[in-house]
Design a binder for this molecule. Structure first.
Ligand code: G1P
Length: 296
């Protein structure tokens, strides 16, 4: 088995119901933070971490995603003609090498575990990454890269981990902690969306490095929380079978772009991080904060 991680699965089959009506015609992953679709942030992070093969698990109505990663010769020729070099460069970041990208359909919405399982034939017998594009992470060193470096020291299943308030635990996969060393947490159990008594305050965030055995665990297709086939359960089974699972406390700020509030926060944060927008946006934010205060 090779230990180098070069393949990543992007589960993008979700209906995006929380963002209806926008997602009636536009896949959630194409919604933009400033001027880039959510999926572009996930791809950039994966590329920076050395991922070379990108596997999208899609569903009906997601063809805009395939178009997004395709070359657009007409648009490129037009930009060249107008000498718009900068935009052309930006556009190039959306292009994928031939054969680097694959699309698999998840025919039924049976859960995240099932979506990952749908990609099993493309994965081979090697560890792989899973990235949930809803979780956008702003970090000096991209989160996946931090994890891959930790994985090289401590090979084993690894999930990104972050503390969440107790009342939010039922939204996440939650970790049962065995021991901690630095950023690495040895995990002795995992529960998907616990209704009560979460085993800790450490939640799984949407970055995973997984051993191929997890795909075999998913073969059993047993339903878990919300009646869905859960990735968390297949990873937890690894612990039962004696293989290590680690949580990785990453450095960086995570935005839950699967929720409206999180998406808006990310829009403000990424806007303020942009040199071309920072001044105008911060003047505006200060002005409306002032108006808010005056109204109180
Ligand atoms: C998924 C996972 C969950 C994880 C979360 C992170 O849940 O099932 O374990 O904590 O992503 O964002 P979802 O948000 O898709 O319901």
């Amino acid at each position: 088995m090779r230990n180098k991680i070069t393949k990543a699965i992007f589960p993008v089959a979700g209906l995006g119901t929380r963002f209806l009506p926008a997602t009636k015609a536009v896949p959630k992953e194409i919604m933009t933070l400033v001027d880039r679709p959510l999926i572009q942030y996930a791809i950039d992070e994966a590329r920076a971490a050395g991922i070379r093969e990108f596997i999208f698990v899609t569903s009906r109505g997601k063809s805009a995603l395939e178009d997004y990663f395709d070359h657009n010769p007409q648009l490129e020729a037009e930009l060249r003609r107008k000498d718009k070099k900068e935009i052309l460069e930006v556009l190039k970041t959306t292009n994928m090498d031939s054969g680097a990208i694959a699309y698999i359909r998840q025919h039924k919405p049976l859960g995240l575990g099932h979506a990952v399982w749908c990609a099993r034939r493309l994965m081979g017998n090697e560890p792989f990454a899973v990235i949930l594009p809803d979780d956008v992470i702003a970090a000096d060193k991209p989160c996946l890269q931090q994890m891959i470096e930790a994985f090289e020291e401590n090979p084993g299943n690894m999930v990104a981990a972050m503390e969440v308030p107790a009342e939010k635990a039922s939204n996440y996969g939650m970790l049962d902690i065995e021991s901690e060393q630095g950023n690495l947490v040895a995990v002795k159990g995992m529960v998907e969306k616990p209704k009560q008594d979460p085993p800790s305050n450490l939640a799984v965030i949407g970055r995973y490095l997984l051993m191929p055995e997890v795909l075999k665990n998913l073969n059993k297709k047993s339903a878990g929380a919300n009646g869905e086939i859960q990735l968390t359960d297949a990873i937890a089974q690894e612990i039962t079978e004696g293989r290590p699972v680690y949580g990785y406390r990453f450095q960086g700020e995570r935005f839950d772009c699967g929720s409206k509030a999180g998406f808006l926060q990310a829009t403000v944060a990424f806007g303020l991080a942009r040199e071309d927008l920072r001044d105008e946006l911060s003047v505006y934010l200060r002005a409306i904060m002032h108006v808010d205060k005056a109204a109180q």
